[in-house]
Design a protein around this ligand. Structure first.
Ligand code: SAM
Length: 268
């Protein structure tokens, strides 16, 4: 079951997903390479922010990328074309009702999708059905509970909590990263391994200050301002002060930490 997508699909969110992907390419993708001739399913490709990296890192694999949103598939198609990669096929599809024969893929890749689903284990089971025996799953998710920073700020933590609560209200789970091992195991995969990927940002890493602290994380929190106010979770003053404190962590004397979780597993 798919839930209301807490981040929305507007132009600002499209750019945020691209900034996120660009700032995290090495951290998240350096160990994902698919062999020549293998068939890869990317479920929930969004605007193609990960798709281009997948395709570049595995130029001789055939990548099929799907998303529920027609507009996102159109944006991903444009991104793939602009990147000049030719090993990606895109189509609109629901990962709970995929239009492919069972066991037709060698690998499945899912990034930042399970956190938005009410039934992530069921999603993982459906994706397992797409894998041939011996095929692999790779899942990447964040965990907003892993965000900590300097200077400390209760107001910033409150603003982040608004996002966590809104996502929970939409039957998603923005704390899902820490639960990947039990979820993937419950879906019946074998050889489940989880690798935490910590992003650490300080003034000596200006690309991450800009690409991660500001344009990925803080922009994501800022993006739920209207929804948080409409839900009566917080006053405008308190929310804006929290966001200002998050931007404050991007100053030369600030730091920011966040952990992503990357799971791999095998269909027996
Ligand atoms: C946060 S975006 C992540 C996109 C991309 N994987 C990335 O990392 O940039 C989540 C995406 O999952 C898609 N999605 C949600 N439920 C889905 C479903 N049932 N089937 C296919 N895609 C789905 C949404 O439309 C959205 O584009």
């Amino acid at each position: 079951m798919t839930t209301a997508y807490v981040h929305g699909y507007d132009e600002r969110e499209t750019q945020r997903l691209r900034d996120q992907a660009a700032s995290l390419v090495d951290l998240l993708h350096h160990d994902t390479r698919y062999p020549a001739g293998s068939c890869v399913l990317e479920a929930g490709c969004g605007v193609g922010a990960q798709t281009v990296t997948l395709a570049r890192n595995s130029p001789d694999a055939e990548i099929t990328s799907i998303d529920l949103s027609e507009a996102s598939v159109a944006a991903a198609t444009a991104a793939v074309r602009a990147a000049g990669v030719s090993n990606v096929h895109l189509e609109r599809a629901d990962l709970f009702a995929l239009p492919f024969p069972p066991a037709s893929f060698d690998h499945v890749f899912v990034c930042f999708v399970l956190e938005h689903l009410a039934t992530p284990v069921e999603a993982l089971r459906r994706l397992k059905g797409m894998l041939r025996p011996g095929g692999t799953l790779t899942v990447i998710e964040g965990d907003h509970g892993s965000a900590y920073f300097h200077p400390r700020s209760e107001r910033a933590e409150r603003a982040i909590q608004c996002l966590v609560d809104l996502q929970a209200r939409a039957h998603g789970d923005s704390l899902i990263g820490r639960a990947l091992f039990p979820l993937v195991t419950a879906a019946g995969y074998a050889q489940v391994q989880v690798s935490p990927r910590m992003v650490y940002v300080d003034g000596s890493r200006p690309a991450l200050v800009e690409g991660f602290t500001k344009l990925t994380f803080t922009a994501m929190v800022e993006g739920v301002r209207e929804a948080a106010l409409a839900a009566g979770m917080v006053t405008a003053e308190a929310f804006d002060a929290g966001v200002a404190d998050l931007y404050r962590t991007a100053a030369d004397d600030g730091t920011f930490c966040y952990t992503f979780f990357k799971a791999t597993a095998v269909r027996e």
